[in-house]
Design a protein around this ligand. Structure first.
Ligand code: PNS
Length: 156
C-alpha cells in the first residue's frame, strides 16, 4: 500500500489543494495530508482548525488521512514509511522555491520521490495567501474554497 505525503500549511485549504489531493489519490493507495506548523508565517487558522477543516472537506474521499505535524518533514516521511511526497505546481514562480526544497529534502531522505502535480486550469491561480487577503477586505472567496472553509472564514 503505497503512501504519499501531501505536505503544506493549508491556511486555508482551497479547491486547488483538493484538486491536487484527488489527483494524488489516483497515483497512490493512501495520501496523508501533512499539515505543518509554519514557523515563518502567522497562520489565520490554528493547526487544529486547519486539520479539522481539511477532514471536513475530504470526508468523501477514500484513502486520506490528515495529520498535524511539527518538525523536519523528511524525518516524518521516513517514520511513516512514505514512498513519495506530492506538491502542487501552479506557475513558473512556484518552481524556484520547490526546486530548492526538493534538493535539500533529497539530501535528507534520498529514497523519497517528490511528485509535482498541476491542478486544473480553473484552479491555477488560487493561492491561500490571496484567499486570506480577499477575505480580509470582505471579498467573496466562495469560488476558491470548499463550503466548510468558507463558513469558518465567515465566522473569523
Ligand atoms: O504550503 P507550504 O507553506 O508551501 O508548505 C511548505 C512546507 C510545510 C512543505 C515546508 O515548509 C516544510 O516542509 N516544512 C517542514 C520543515 C522542513 O522539513 N523544512 C525543510 C524543507 S527543505
Amino acid at each position: 500500500m503505497a503512501l504519499a505525503l501531501y505536505p503544506g500549511t493549508f491556511d486555508p485549504f482551497t479547491y486547488g489543494h483538493l484538486d491536487i489531493l484527488e489527483r494524488a489519490l489516483r497515483l497512490f493507495d493512501r495520501v496523508e495530508v501533512t499539515v505543518a506548523v509554519n514557523t515563518s508565517k502567522t497562520p489565520l487558522f490554528t493547526l487544529e482548525e486547519r486539520c479539522e477543516l481539511i477532514r471536513r472537506c475530504t470526508g468523501h474521499l477514500t484513502g486520506v488521512s490528515v495529520v498535524p505535524f511539527e518538525g523536519l518533514l523528511m524525518e516524518h516521511a521516513r517514520r511513516r514509511g512514505a514512498v513519495a511526497q506530492v506538491r502542487g505546481l501552479r506557475q513558473v514562480s512556484d518552481f524556484d522555491y520547490e526546486y530548492r526544497m526538493l534538493f535539500a529534502n533529497r539530501r535528507l531522505f534520498p529514497e523519497l520521490e517528490t511528485v509535482f502535480l498541476m491542478p486544473s486550469e480553473a484552479h491555477l491561480h488560487i493561492h491561500a495567501s490571496l484567499v486570506r487577503e480577499i477575505h480580509r477586505w470582505g471579498g467573496d472567496v466562495s469560488s476558491f474554497v470548499p463550503p466548510p472553509v468558507l463558513e469558518a472564514l465567515q465566522r473569523k
